[in-house]
Ligand binder design. Structure first.
Ligand code: SF4
Ligand code: SF4
Length: 425
């Protein structure tokens, strides 16, 4: 509530011995400019990790770059304001829509940090059982089966049968390897993820890489579960994975999934697990000269930067180096690319909350991104995160564009051009 300010003029005033008269003394009486109940905001900013929500000074820079605001009504600025007006973030859909893409943090002058705020507040909501059911199911699956899809652990390495090249499983291999390939869940179980794994296995073989995988011993790295509020589950997974990795001798940990990559770079070391870690695009980009391409791919291709490879970990060039090495391929950039890339909607637990997001947004983020790729005339949307192939393929269909845009992992495009898999585009 705002009260009208009352100007007060003193006839004469002395300031540091200087005599001031008339309008120079015009002052405003102290006035009440708000009677907001600050308790809801303080309840959030008192949570360790969520303090920075209180730093917001409403400049609005974040709203311009938040991918969710493009398809809804959302941003840290709006979350702050709603909380200031008394809405309990714990009970609000706002708590679950953020994909932790980090674009707001990139531009925020006050360093309001959603990457810390979201997991901190969500952790408390999850402890109260106050989270979307889809997310709770993914947590339960991960806890029970070691993967969010709820697939049997014993089938984690079944995709290897389709590889057609040796893919050593370290428990049976019984020898050190140069590269331990961290395959992760979607590349192990999802049909389109398995396609990319087969392609990558054949590329590694083509390059003569000495590698192995963990197979059934590997469990989800847990980074998205951590960002979605399940810190305890993340720690249990990390403890298991660190123990397993510590049994084997290898020089490099090569990771398919940018979320797992993020966990290995920043969070496993705090729990005692630290290895030289690269994303598969970085590993391959360093060896692109050794690739013997035999087929041109004469297509207009655009690349979607994964939030956890790009903004979170600063790698924008390796995927592009690989795409530009493919003969005939024309790489076109979308307007929102690199540091300002859009988000597929899968990060921060969004992968498991599509139904929830559909209830609160005008359009899925993956659908908006697919339309953007088409606006730039792309025939292929290239990806390098296992969440994205299925999300974007679904979005191509749900936006009525089936057959107009192929969605392919960079490993699939490379393998196709190397003559290692049948032509897909
Ligand atoms: S950019 Fe930062 S300070 Fe500005 S409105 Fe957004 S959260 Fe607040
Ligand atoms: S992290 Fe991304 S999705 Fe979340 S509020 Fe910031 S810009 Fe929006």
């Amino acid at each position: 509530m705002t009260e009208k300010a009352k100007p007060v003029e003193l006839d004469v005033a002395y300031v540091d011995g200087v005599k001031l008269t008339g309008p120079w003394n015009r002052m405003f009486e102290p006035r009440v400019i708000t009677d907001y109940d600050l308790n809801p905001l303080e309840a959030i900013t008192q949570i360790p990790g969520a303090e920075s929500l209180g730093y917001c000074y409403q400049c609005g820079k974040c709203t311009a770059v938040c991918p969710i605001d493009t398809v809804g009504d959302y941003s840290p600025r709006k979350i702050f304001r709603r909380t200031q007006l008394g809405i309990d973030l714990m009970d609000s859909p706002d708590l679950w829509l953020c994909t932790t893409c980090a674009n707001c943090l990139r531009v925020c002058p006050k360093e309001v940090n959603m990457i810390q705020i979201m997991p901190a507040v969500r952790e408390q909501a999850v402890a109260k059982g106050n989270a979307p059911q889809e997310l709770l199911t993914a947590f339960e699956n991960t806890a029970r089966y070691g993967n969010p899809l709820g697939e049997p652990p014993r089938r984690r390495a079944d995709w290897v049968k389709a590889a057609g090249v040796p893919v050593p499983i370290l428990a049976q291999h019984k020898a050190p390897v140069d590269v331990l390939w961290w395959v992760e869940c979607y590349p192990s179980y999802h049909p389109r993820g398995k396609d990319a794994s087969v392609a990558l296995a054949r590329i590694l073989h083509h390059l003569g890489v000495d590698f192995g995988i963990l197979g059934v011993e590997e469990k989800c790295a847990g980074d998205s579960q951590r960002m979605a509020g399940e810190t305890g589950l993340f720690e249990v997974l990390a403890e298991h994975n660190i123990k397993v990795l510590s049994k084997y001798q290898f020089n490099t940990l090569m990771v398919t999934d940018p979320h797992a990559f993020n966990a290995f770079l920043h969070h496993y070391p705090k729990l005692g697990g630290s290895w030289p870690t690269v994303h598969y695009t970085q590993f391959l980009a360093a060896r692109v000269e050794a690739m013997e391409f035999t087929r041109a791919i004469r297509k207009r291709v655009t690349f979607h930067d994964p939030c956890y490879l790009g903004r979170h970990n600063g790698e924008y060039d390796a995927p592009r180096r690989l795409l530009q090495a493919i003969p005939g391929l024309e790489l076109v950039e979308m307007g929102r690319c690199r540091e300002n890339s859009y988000c597929c909607g899968g990060g921060g637990g969004g992968m498991w909350m599509d139904g929830f997001a559909a209830q609160h947004l005008n359009m899925r983020l993956s659908e908006r991104r697919v339309l953007e790729a088409l606006e730039y005339g792309a025939e292929v949307l290239a990806v390098s995160c296992p969440y994205e192939v299925s999300r974007f393929e679904d979005a191509v269909k749900s936006t009525g564009n089936a057959g107009r845009l192929a969605v392919l992992d960079i490993a699939e495009l490379l393998a196709q051009s190397l003559g290692l898999i049948p032509e897909q585009v």
